[in-house]
Structures are given as C-alpha cells and as structure tokens.
Design a binder for this molecule. Structure first.
Ligand SMILES: Nc1nc2c(c(=O)[nH]1)N[C@H]1C(S)=C(S)[C@@H](COP(=O)(O)OP(=O)(O)OC[C@H]3O[C@@H](n4cnc5c(=O)[nH]c(N)nc54)[C@H](O)[C@@H]3O)O[C@H]1N2
Ligand SMILES: Nc1nc2c(c(=O)[nH]1)N[C@H]1C(S)=C(S)[C@@H](COP(=O)(O)OP(=O)(O)OC[C@H]3O[C@@H](n4cnc5c(=O)[nH]c(N)nc54)[C@H](O)[C@@H]3O)O[C@H]1N2
Ligand code: SF4
Ligand SMILES: [Mo]
Length: 779
C-alpha cells in the first residue's frame, strides 16, 4: 500500500496496493535504479509473467515522478533481456585482450577471488587491493562496504575519475562551507509536493553547468524544473556554452567559454555586494568572512570577468541583480562545475551566492537534504571497521587532507593510477571493478589507464555486459543483476524507496548478494546476514551514524518498506540550522568550525589552500597556452549527456541505438563550413595527447570557436578481441583528456575545457585509434 494514499484517488481506476494481479500479469509497484545506469530512482509498475518483466509503466500515483519516465526506462525491457547480457560467472582462458572465457560456478569464482585476496594480504597487505566503481549507481555503499569490511582496504575509488571530478568537488566544499550539501528545492521532500502549505516557489533558479532535463543527475528529477516554471512562474538564469532547452527558456543565458564560470560567479557576487543587494540579516547572523569575500570580489569586476568568459559585462550585472531579487532564489548546479581545475572555488562561489542572498535552507531555496533516516548511503559505509593506521594508507590523503576527513571519503583516482604505474607508495596487486568501464568512459587519458589496468596482477569485473575494460584486463567476470532482479532500496535524499526483485536472469546475482557472499568468505564477522533481505534490513536501520542532531530514525524492515513502497519523512523542517539538526553537538548553527556558512574557509586556511573563491584559467586554453592554441584553435567541452545513453551503457540496445547511432560532435555552422564538412560527416577531433573520430552535428547556438563532443562511445557490435577491443578508442574523447592535472586539493579536473583541432576524416587519413592504442600502447 502506498504509505499515505493520495487524497481523491479513484480506487476503481488506480490501485494503491504494492502488488496485485491484472489478468495474466502480476503488477508490482516499486522503484527503479540500476542497472542499467541512472542517478535517479523513479517509481514504476512492473508487469511480470512467468518470472519475466514484460512491461513497465511510470507509477502515476508516485509524488516523485508522477508517472513520468525517460526513454531509457520506457525501453528498459529491451535492455533487461538483451541477449548479450552476462549470464554466468566467467574465467579468462586466453591472454588478456583475447576475449576468451570459460564458464565457472559462483563457488569457483568466489574461491578464486578469496585465494588471491588472501595471498595479497600475506605478501603485501590489504591496501594493495583497490576497489572501484563508477558514478552513483545502486552501488554507492555496497562496494565500499566490501572494500572496508571484507578486503580490509582503505582504497575504494571512483574508477580513475581524474580530480574526483563528479559531484565530489561540490559535496566536499559544501561540507567545508556549511557542514552540509544543498539541492534546489522543488518540493521533492514533501509528500504533498506543491500543495504543502510551507512550500514557496523560487523566483529565480540559477542553473550552472547542468542540463537536468536530460541528465536527472544526483537524485534530482529534471522535470521538476519545468514543474516549478509552470506552476510557480520560476524564471531561469542559465550558464551554458550551448543553448539547451532550459537556456532557451531562460530570462538570462550567459554563454560562457567552457571552464570560465568561476570568474563570472565571483563577479556576480561583487555586483550584489557593491549594489547592497544581499541579505544583511543572514550575513550578520549566519555567515563568516563577509568582508574578506567582498575584498576578493573586487579582483573580478564585471568587465574583467566578461572578457575572460567571452560575454557581456551588462549581462553579468543583470543576472546578478535578478538572482538577488528572488525571494527566494535557488541554484541547480551540475557536473560542469566539477570538470575544471577550479571546480572547488567555483562551487564555493556558488554557495557564497546563495548564502549572502539568504537562500540557504529556506522553502524553495537551497534545501539542505539528507539521505532518508540518515542511512549511510555513501562511500564511507563500513569505514568504521578500519584502524586509523589502515585509514592513513588511503591513497591521496597525504596530499589532500579533505579526502581523509570524511567528506565523501574515497581514495583519489589520479594517485591510484600513479601507484599502479610506479609501485609507490606501495604496489597495487588487485582491482575489484564493480560498475565502471574506465577505458571507455570514466578515466581521462584512456590509453594511459588501459596500460595501467593491464599491468595489475589480478582483476575482477562485476557488470551486466562484457565491456572493453573487462576484455582488456579482467581475470574473472561476474554477471550482475539489473534493477528488477535485486532486493534493494533507494535513498540518495528523501524519500526512502523500495527496490523489489520481481525477476531472475540466468545466474546473475545482485550486487548485494555478491558482496554478501564474498564478504562471508573473507570476513564472516562483518557479514553476519544470511540473505540479501537481512542485509537490507540492517542497512535501512543503520542510519544516524554520522549526524547526532538529526531526529529521524527507523526500525522498519526491508519487508515493511516493500509494502510501503515510498516512505516520506513524518516531519520535515526548513531552516534546520536554527533547530540544532545539523550540528553533531545538537546546537543551532551549521556544522563548521565557526557554526556559520564559511565564506572565508577556516579549514582551507589551516591546510594552506586559498580560503576564498578564485578563478584560474584552464591549464590549456587560448589565454594560458596561446602558442598551443594556434595549433589547436578550438575550445573543447565534452560529455554533455544524451537522452539515450547513460555513459558507456546501452550502445547494444536496438531502439536506443537507432535513435542515436553514432558519436556526435557539435559544431557551429560557420566552423563546419570553414573545415569543409556538413551535418553527419566524420571528423577527427585531435590535440597534443591523441585523437578520435565522431560525426558532425550542427549546433547553431555554439560560439564558432567552441566544440562540444560526446563521451562514452564504444561499439559492442564489433569485434571484442584486440586489436579492435570493441572499437573502444576509435571515438573516445578521453584520448584527448589528461590525468593528474587537478586543483590543488586534488579535486576538479579539466574534462570539459580542453583545446583541439578538427578536420575531416578522409580515405587517406583514416585509421583505427583502437589498433594504435592496443598495438603501440598510445598515440
Ligand atoms: N542520460 C544520461 N543521464 C546522466 C548521465 C549520462 O551519461 N546519461 N550521467 C550522469 C552523471 S554521472 C552526471 S555527473 C550527470 C551530469 O549531468 P549534468 O550535470 O547535466 O552535466 P552535463 O550533461 O555533462 O553538462 C550540462 C551542460 O553543461 C554545459 N557545459 C559544458 N561546458 C560547460 C562549462 O564550462 N560551463 C558551463 N556552465 N556549462 C558547460 C553543456 O553544454 C551541457 O548543456 O548526469 C547524470 N545523468
Ligand atoms: N570526457 C568525459 N569523460 C567523462 C565524463 C565527461 O563528461 N566527459 N563524465 C565523467 C563522469 S561525471 C562520470 S561519473 C564517469 C562515469 O563513468 P562510469 O560510471 O564508470 O560509467 P561507465 O563507463 O558507463 O561504466 C559503468 C558500468 O557499470 C555497469 N553497471 C550499470 N549499473 C550497474 C549496477 O547496478 N551494478 C553493477 N555492478 N554494474 C552496473 C554498466 O554496464 C557499465 O559497464 O565518466 C566520466 N567520464
Ligand atoms: S530519471 Fe529517467 S532513466 Fe532515471 S529512473 Fe527516472 S525515468 Fe528512469
Ligand atoms: Mo558523474
């Protein structure tokens, strides 16, 4: 039964049960997550027959997505039953790269892994085992728990993500700035949504480096923006080099040069301070370091910022005034904030903007969220089992104390890569790769990472399909269950949602089952549960470990949640900083040294980092490397999300691939004309590090010197064995990006602000980058 049935629902039309029979179908009301990939967990109805999902619908009664689904979910049945899915555990029989495997049993697979783990413990120590996963799929806490509690290693990392440049720069500075994080409040924490009397629509939403309608990133359902625009008249201020649908509807579109947002946002802060448009009350009572911030902003007058970003100074002023006029305004930020070396200072500037305008944790503003019941849905899950000595061995913490302090703790991808390459500070002997396909997608400098991964003695991949990464380097491949095949649950903010197993697929097991069964062999004391259902009940009840002041706890079991489907908080409060919910000591204020939002960051000051927001040019750009720019005269941004694909996934799925058959690079029409190409032509995109080929898509909204290329491309329909390796380097934009060039805190990397040249692919110059990389090791 839905927890609180919606008022006025016609029960003859809409069932409110969690499961019922409809003709030959069993209908189950539950929620999606992964696999296949998504950052979101929308409510669905599964129609199953004979243990198979035959149909899926968005749950019309769910206040979360209100029946809406994206095309990847609408087509998910085709993904669930794709014939190429991994069906059995596999062991490599040929050489790495030959794509030759033999079927083994789960017991044999676990025995093989356990034997290698024990040998590494003995010869090198647990820290030589690195566990890695990709982005926020339904695996955020599972792999970390396995790493800390079963392998006993502190080295859990996001698969070679340079500069941890996805979300972590934002969450980390959020914690340093105010001891917390924020999300744009579109009423998503309120069960009654817009009908809740406490809710207020934002007047303005500033969207920076985010295209939420397509990406639905970080637990934020993009269409909530359209909802607040339609229902509440919310107006938009959009920073984006391309005119997205949202930018096209914006009152202010700032078409920034990729990587220059920090200059613009600091300049906006300066306008708001100079014109006295800020919230004096909030600044006086809840902010620390206002004068220092005001002083810093003087370095970024609008004329200067406008010149850096290639926009108009008056537009910066107008956007600043509009933002400050909102009561409230809110901010919706995205990945492009993180994908620069100044990801941290840019995020800090955006947080400062919200703070000085008094938008923090007010209705319709920048809501301070929590995972439901404070359940440890994070990379720190299980870390409490490691000794301080072992924690001190986490790769990256000596350079970046932020990595150690528990703000989304992970090892650092660039440092792990160096450790593999150099054996320093200690050798890496095993990679446990669960839900990432680094050489196709996650890692910058894909060829370099390919060479490094192949050099590691023993690698395990847990995935739903055979990937280029698995072929290149795995010794064991384990088949993983998809969302409909797992007993799990979804937090990543409130509400808590059930994920119920409704189908089986050959011998695939869920990530929960895999970590439990492997964990029981290696460290049974920390894996006392008999089944995945028991494990899930432990997890649901294990909240509140980190925030003592937080009042919500739960003693419900996984089965209780299954029947509830969605669990909303009984009481939710805004301005939690006034209530003592945020601090560990239960006192009012923010969970920082000063108890305030730290415009001037005291932790950064102590660690020797710049405590105030600043702007730094991308390491390679028209301004920082003018000579190089003569040879590579375009600014390249990469990886803008597409409707059809989640990163490197779904290239196998017929309907999705039909809708988007090839990798696309956006060019302004004048630029296309200049190099003599038309829509659909293949071009080389190339820079100092490497090249790849993609097809031209004309995008008249770009500036002529900006190039926008897709990421994540490989070709599962082609030969998996080397030298082709599913064509993984042919169209791989990460042949051009760089590993190990990050902000001083090790957070933030220039995935989205490179330089390049472009020219047509011709018969004479055509070649296979995959062959070049797999045969010669690189370009
Ligand atoms: N369909 C789909 N959804 C996804 C994913 C996916 O692969 N596919 N990936 C998930 C993941 S892991 C993430 S992190 C999120 C990311 O999703 P988003 O946060 O939405 O980020 P992107 O789509 O990379 O880029 C958003 C916009 O930023 C613009 N942009 C490019 N460079 C710059 C710049 O320098 N400054 C500014 N202001 N804008 C710039 C692009 O033109 C694009 O319109 O999406 C998640 N959701
Ligand atoms: N140039 C460029 N590169 C980028 C980006 C960019 O914008 N530009 N974006 C970067 C960002 S923000 C991110 S987060 C990374 C993402 O990188 P990743 O998250 O590593 O994404 P994938 O490479 O698609 O690998 C994910 C793998 O997990 C499998 N999988 C899906 N769901 C599950 C599950 O529930 N369990 C298990 N065990 N496996 C599952 C999929 O089949 C797939 O093979 O890419 C980064 N790479
Ligand atoms: S955001 Fe879209 S793809 Fe993701 S779970 Fe919801 S409907 Fe599916
Ligand atoms: Mo990401």
């Amino acid at each position: 039964m839905l927890t609180n049935e919606l008022e006025g629902v016609n029960k003859d039309v809409y069932k409110t049960d969690w499961q019922w029979q409809e003709g030959e179908y069993t209908v189950t009301r539950t929620n999606m997550w992964t696999a296949p990939g998504c950052h979101n967990g929308c409510s669905v109805l599964y129609y199953t027959k004979d243990g198979k999902v035959e149909k899926i619908e968005g749950d019309p009664l769910s206040p979360y997505n209100q029946g809406r689904l994206c095309m990847r979910c609408l087509d998910v049945v085709e993904t669930f039953y794709h014939p190429d899915r991994l069906k059995y555990p596999l062991k490599r029989v040929g050489e790495r790269g030959e794509n030759k495997w033999e079927r083994i049993t789960w017991d044999e697979a676990y025995d093989d892994i356990a034997e290698h783990v024990r040998a590494i413990w003995e010869d090198y120590g647990p820290e030589s085992i690195v566990s890695m996963q990709g982005t926020g799929r339904n695996i955020c806490w599972q792999t970390p728990y396995l790493s800390y509690a079963a392998f006993g290693s502190p080295n859990f990392v996001l698969g070679f993500l340079s500069g941890d440049a996805c979300y972590l720069p934002r969450t980390t500075i959020g914690h340093c700035f105010m001891g917390d994080f924020f999300v744009a409040d579109c009423s998503q924490h309120l069960e009654k949504r817009f009908a809740d009397p406490e809710y207020v629509f934002p007047d303005y939403m500033l969207i920076c480096g985010n295209n939420a309608l397509v990406s639905n990133g970080d637990g934020f359902f993009g269409h909530w923006i359209v909802d607040v625009m339609k229902e509440g008249g919310t107006k938009l201020i959009v920073l984006d080099p391309s005119c997205t649908w949202l930018a096209s509807k914006a009152e202010h579109w700032l078409q920034v040069r990729p990587g220059t947002d920090a200059a613009v946002v600091i300049s906006m802060l300066g306008v708001i301070i100079e014109e006295d448009l800020y919230d004096h009350d909030f600044v006086e009572n809840w902010c620390y370091g206002f004068d220092e911030l005001a002083e810093r902003c003087k370095d970024y007058p609008p004329e200067k910022a406008a010149e850096i970003a290639g926009i108009d100074a008056e537009d910066i002023r107008a956007a600043a005034r509009a933002y400050a006029s909102g009561n409230p305004s809110t901010i919706q930020w995205g990945l492009k904030v993180d994908q620069t070396v100044c990801g941290i200072p840019l995020a800090q500037a955006l947080l400062s903007l919200g703070a000085i305008c008094g938008d923090i944790d007010v209705p319709g503003g920048m809501m301070i969220p929590r995972c439901a019941y404070d359940i440890p849905d994070s990379y720190g899950c299980g870390m409490w089992n490691l000794s301080d000595e072992m924690l001190g061995k986490m790769l990256g913490v000596d350079t970046s104390p932020l990595h150690a302090l528990g703000f989304d703790p992970t090892a650092n991808g660039d440092t792990v890569l160096l450790a593999i390459e150099t054996g320093e500070p200690y050798p890496i002997r095993m990679l446990f790769i669960q839900s990432t396909n680094p050489i196709a997608n996650m890692a910058a400098d894909a060829p370099r990472v390919y060479n490094a991964m192949r050099s590691v003695d023993y690698n395990v991949v847990v995935d739903v399909f055979m990937t280029p990464t698995a072929v290149a380097c795995a010794d064991i491949v384990l088949p993983c269950g998809m969302s409909c095949e797992r007993n799990s649950a979804r937090v990543w903010w409130w509400p808590l949602r059930s994920i119920v197993k409704v189908a089986d697929y050959y011998e695939a097991k869920s990530d929960e089952q895999i970590i439990l069964e492997l964990g029981k062999r290696l460290n049974p004391r920390l894996f006392p549960w008999e089944t995945d259902v028991e494990l899930m009940t432990w997890w649901i009840q294990s909240g509140n470990r980190f925030h003592a002041g937080w009042p919500h706890k739960t003693d419900q079991t996984f089965l209780d949640l299954t029947e509830k489907v969605i669990d909303w908080p009984d009481d939710w409060a805004y301005r939690k900083f006034e209530l003592g919910w945020l601090r560990d000591d239960g006192q009012p204020g923010f969970n920082t040294n000063t108890g305030k939002c730290e415009l001037y960051n005291t932790l950064f000051d102590a660690w020797g980092f710049d405590p105030l927001p600043y702007y730094e040019e991308p390491p390679e750009s028209p301004i920082s490397t003018p000579e190089l720019f003569e040879e590579y005269p375009y600014v390249l941004t990469t990886g803008a999300r597409t409707w059809e694909y989640f990163h490197s996934e779904e290239r196998q799925v017929p309907r999705l691939r039909e809708s988007h058959p090839d990798p696309l690079t956006d060019l302004h029409p004048d630029t296309a004309a200049k190099i003599g190409v038309c829509e659909g032509d293949w071009i080389w995109v190339e820079n100092m590090r490497g090249k790849c080929k993609q097809r031209v898509r004309i995008n008249a909204s770009l500036k002529p010197d900006t190039v926008r290329s897709e990421h994540g491309w490989w070709f599962p329909e082609t030969d998996g064995a080397e030298p082709n390796l599913f064509g993984v380097f042919d169209s791989n934009i990460n042949n051009l990006t760089v590993q190990g060039v990050t902000g001083p805190t090790l957070y933030g990397a220039p995935y989205a602000n490179q330089i390049c040249k472009i020219y047509p692919v011709t018969k004479e110059n055509d070649c296979s980058p995959s062959e070049i990389v797999t045969r010669k090791g690189g370009f």
